[in-house]
Every structure is written in structure tokens, then in C-alpha cells.
Design a protein around this ligand. Structure first.
Ligand SMILES: *Cc1c(COP(=O)(O)O)cnc(C)c1O
Length: 421
């Protein structure tokens, strides 16, 4: 459920008509609903009631400072995957003990910054990383709390670019080698083993792969404990999918996911962390754009928008579907016609939808992409020298620009021309 509904013939974000935001900020622009973000976070938090737990928002899905502050204020921790994300989380006021650091390629500088600023744990993904972390920590006379990310070799049955739990991906340590690597971790100075981590992929619409992975983690917990390791904490990753369209199969609810966690690992007495991203931020945001032209082609008609693949790359990169809706509510039963919906970027791949049935639209009309809160603004670029898309946060009847659109001058000023040119 989200808080983007038609009211008085106009699509609103909570109590704010989207046309008001378009007039004030221009398009394209991302618009987020605070109520939706908080609602989704709380669903997870409540689903783990009764377990010692921390919900760490996977901020790579949406990392604006204002959003981080909102979620942290509700009790969220953060899952970060880079030094930049760590710095953002700290700048949003998230204490180090609520930040977990994931990712296959952490550098020594990133490790140092996190150890200095405070960190709940590093989720270590390889032996070379483990040795590097040991060197960095001992060099600082610090101790790095770690889990090892194990790769349980389960098929998440999702898009291949976002499946991470199969043996042939770059992620984690094969679960078959876990005992050996945990033994090395226990020997290394500056390293303190605190638990196990797993994350099998994104946009999962079925609980079975989670169940298989978490059962393997539960078995591994017993084995590692018998080997003498302290396994107090299980980080179970993120990945629960969202409905991108009403006609989609409905993904499991956080409550069902929570029940699965309790069933598979609840008996172990561990503190549980989860790292949802998309399910918190996805349906909490939309991309608001305007129609520039309606162009009739020989074989098909095109709707040319002022939003493009540089603003929302998911359709081009993952063949993702987004519901695309007019901001002015179409009359009931109005005739629809098929359009290829495209942006102005000079790439054939700059296409959002083919043959999408749309109600009548005119130049200047506003059109919104639903479910664009996750992996939307964070993946935006300035390709074609289109200034980075701005972001707006709505709360009730108020809204604020939380990242403004750079001017052309600001965009250009980041380049420098060498003196010798
Ligand atoms: C991307 C990622 C997540 C979040 O995935 P969602 O599908 O957005 O929930 C969580 N943990 C790790 C390690 C990730 O890489």
C-alpha cells in the first residue's frame, strides 16, 4: 500500500497534488511519501516482534539524507555498501553501532573510516578481505566485529542481474568452505567473529528461496558453535520483492517473511538483522514527468517525456515494468491507445514501455511512474548533460525539495580545463 491516490481528479502524494510539486520544482522530479516509507519500515520492525532484532535499511536503494533521517528517527539501522554511503548515514545522524557494512570490494580506506567512526559489523565476503581488515584493524589497535557472508547456493529465481545467492556469482564465501574460513577468522588478530550473514538477491516474490537459505544458515550456526565460534547475530539480508503492477502476482508480506524467520532461525537465540531496501522505498516514490510531444510514427505512436533513462534506468537495465499513469485522473471507461513511451536521450534503449495502453494525453500533461522510489534516483546520472534529477519529500500537506536540480552552470563547473589546453 502507498499514499499516492487520486483525489478530486488529481493524483496526490499524501495531501499534496502532484501538479503543485511540478509547478514549484519542475519536472522530471522524484517524489517520496514519508508515510509510506515509515509504514513499510514499521511492517518489518513489527514482523520481527519478539526477536531481538534490527532492521537495517539497504540505503543503496534510496540514499537521500532526508530519507535516512526519517527512517533512522523511527529506529532503523543502515546497511551501507561504500565509504560514501557510510558517510551519508553518519551525516544523517545514524550512530555507528546501527550501521552494517556490506559489499565485495571494501577498500582499506573504507575500513579505516568505518572503524574510526564506529561500526556494528563488517559483512566480510572473502578471505583476502578478511586479511585486509585484520591488517587495517591491528594497525589502528582496533578490533573489527565481523560476520562472514556465506553463499548458500540457492536460486533466488529473480532477474539474473540481481540474483546473488548462486555459487557462480561474485558474492560471499561458498557455504561448503565456511568452517575453514571461520577458523581463519578466529586466528586473525583484530578480528572478532559475531555472526553469519547471507543475502541471496533482490525482488524475490517467493519465500521458498529465503526458507532454503535460512535453513542452511541455521544448520551452519550449530556447526560453527560446535567449532567454538561465537555466533550471536544473524544478518539475513534483504530482497523481499514488491508488486510493480496490480496484475502481478502479489509478493509475500513482511509478516509472512517475519514468521518464516522465526520458524527457521528463531530457536537459535541470535539477534536478527535484516536489510530490506526495495520493500521500504520502492512504492514510496514516484517519478513525475511531463509530456513533451506526441509523435505519430509509421508503425507506432510515441509519447516523448521529459524524463529519460538517465533519470530512471530500471526499464533499460532490468527490463523493469513501471505503471505509468496520468496525473489528471482519466474519465472512467475512456478509450485507451497504445504508445511507446520514451525519453529524449539519444539511445534506442531510452524506452520505458512499448505499446503501453494510455488514456488521451496532450503536450504538457503530467505523467507519473509508480514504484520508482527504489533504485531510481540513486542510479540517476547526467548522461546527455541532463542535470541530475531532483528529489522532493512529502509529509501530510507539506513538501520540501530534498535535493535540488543543479543549474547548467553548476553542472558544467565540475569540469576543469587544464592550463595547457
Ligand atoms: C541490495 C542489497 C540489499 C537490499 O536488497 P533489496 O532487494 O532492495 O531489499 C540488502 N543487502 C545487501 C547486501 C544488498 O546488496
Amino acid at each position: 500500500m502507498d499514499h499516492f491516490l487520486y483525489r478530486d481528479g488529481q493524483l496526490h502524494a499524501e495531501d499534496v497534488p502532484l501538479s503543485v510539486i511540478a509547478d514549484a520544482v519542475g519536472t522530471p522530479v522524484y517524489v517520496y511519501s514519508s508515510a509510506t516509507l515509515l509504514r513499510h519500515f514499521r511492517l518489518f520492525d513489527e514482523a520481527l516482534d519478539g526477536l531481538d532484532h534490527l532492521v537495517c535499511f539497504a540505503m543503496k536503494s534510496l540514499s537521500n539524507l532526508a530519507v535516512l533521517k526519517l527512517l533512522a528517527g523511527a529506529g532503523a539501522g543502515m546497511d551501507v555498501v561504500s565509504g560514501g554511503e557510510y558517510a551519508r548515514a553518519r551525516a544523517a545522524g545514524v550512530p555507528g553501532e546501527r550501521i552494517v557494512f556490506s559489499g565485495v570490494g571494501k577498500t582499506a580506506d573504507e575500513m579505516r573510516a568505518a572503524l574510526k567512526g564506529g561500526i556494528r559489523q563488517f559483512n566480510v565476503e572473502s578471505e583476502p578481505e578478511l586479511r585486509r581488515l585484520s591488517e587495517v584493524a591491528t594497525g589502528m589497535s582496533a578490533v573489527a566485529p565481523i560476520t562472514l557472508r556465506v553463499n548458500p547456493d540457492v536460486d533466488a529465481r529473480t532477474h539474473e542481474k540481481i540474483a546473488t545467492g548462486k555459487a557462480d556469482t561474485k558474492f560471499g564465501i561458498p557455504i561448503s568452505r565456511a568452517r575453514e574460513v571461520y577458523a581463519e577468522a578466529a586466528r586473525l588478530p583484530g578480528i572478532e567473529v559475531v555472526g553469519i550473514d547471507v543475502h541471496i538477491g533482490s525482488q524475490l516474490t517467493d519465500l521458498a528461496p529465503f526458507e532454503a537459505a535460512y535453513r542452511r544458515v541455521a544448520e551452519l550456526t550449530e556447526v560453527l558453535r560446535a567449532d567454538g565460534h561465537r555466533i550471536d547475530r544473524l544478518d539475513l539480508g534483504g530482497g523481499l520483492g514488491i508488486p510493480y503492477t496490480a496484475s502481478n502476482e502479489v509478493p509475500p508480506l513482511p509478516t509472512e517473511y517475519g514468521a518464516l524467520i522465526k520458524r527457521t532461525v528463531g530457536h537459535l537465540g541470535c539477534e536478527v538483522e535484516i536489510e530490506p531496501g526495495r520493500l521500504i522505498s520502492g512504492n514510496a516514490g514516484l517519478l513525475l514527468t511531463s509530456v513533451i510531444y506526441l509523435k505519430s510514427g509509421e508503425a507506432r505512436d510515441f509519447l516523448i517525456l521529459d524524463g529519460a533513462m538517465n533519470d530512471l534506468i530500471r526499464p533499460a537495465m532490468y527490463d523493469a515494468w513501471h505503471d505509468i499513469v496520468p496525473v489528471r485522473e482519466p474519465a472512467p471507461g475512456v478509450e485507451r491507445a497504445p504508445y511507446d513511451i520514451v525519453g529524449p536521450v539519444c539511445e534506442t534503449g531510452d524506452i520505458f514501455a512499448k505499446g503501453r495502453m494510455m488514456p488521451p494525453l496532450s503536450e504538457g500533461d503530467l505523467v507519473a511512474f509508480r514504484s520508482a522510489g527504489a533504485y531510481g534516483a540513486v542510479m540517476a546520472s547526467e548522461y546527455n548533460s541532463r542535470p541530475l534529477v531532483p528529489e522532493v519529500l512529502v509529509q501530510g500537506d507539506q513538501f520540501a525539495v530534498i535535493r535540488r536540480r543543479p543549474t547548467f552552470d553548476e553542472m558544467i563547473a565540475r569540469d576543469t580545463i587544464p592550463e595547457w589546453l
